[in-house]
Design a protein around this ligand. Structure first.
Ligand code: S3P
Length: 166
């Protein structure tokens, strides 16, 4: 069975897409992102899916997208920030090279605070961020083989740190 070479997890805005693409270039493999897969499959934005159908429906779509990508992709795979909420998804990550890209709250607000395209941070980014991370930090840590902090680091530096850690 094929499996991704490296899976990136971590909160929205941490740079999974940017770092994932740089990693894929460095390793000479393909890059895939489950958020992109969902948008392509659904023909609408993630924000629209949240508004139209609500978060539980989005999570069900996301769970399927993650399962498909894990089965099909052999390069670098970035997962949406909330995908680790699902226990089956966490189990499916066991044995893979999973890297948790982390950042502190100030960095998070700087990177995502004004981005209302992210429905989970649209109202009060700082408080929502803390709540999200309180609920998820241990889940990212549980699935990860390595944790790579991204604060005050360029995407190139983070990419190198991921390569060093895997
Ligand atoms: C979410 C993260 C987003 C996207 C959706 C929900 C989350 O992905 O899947 O807005 O719950 O953390 P990114 O982490 O790629 O921004």
């Amino acid at each position: 069975m094929s499996a991704p070479l490296i899976v990136l997890v971590g909160p929205m805005g941490v740079g999974k897409s940017t770092v994932g693409q740089l990693l894929a270039e460095r390793l000479g493999v393909g890059y895939r992102d489950t958020d992109d897969d969902i948008v392509a499959e659904q023909g609408r934005t993630i924000a629209d899916i949240f508004v139209d159908e609500g978060e539980p429906a989005f999570r069900a779509i996301e769970k399927r997208a993650v399962r498909t990508a894990l089965a099909e992709h052999t390069g670098v795979l970035a997962l949406g920030g909330g995908s680790v909420l699902d226990a089956d998804t966490r189990a499916a990550l066991a044995g893979l090279r999973v890297v948790y890209l982390s950042m502190d709250v100030e960095e998070a607000v700087r990177r995502t605070g004004l981005n209302t395209a992210r429905p989970l941070l649209a109202v009060n980014p700082r408080r929502q961020w803390r709540e999200l991370m309180d609920a998820r930090r241990h889940l990212y840590t549980e699935v990860a083989h390595a944790v790579v902090p991204t604060d005050h680091r360029t995407p190139e530096e983070v990419t190198q740190a991921v390569l060093d850690a895997t």
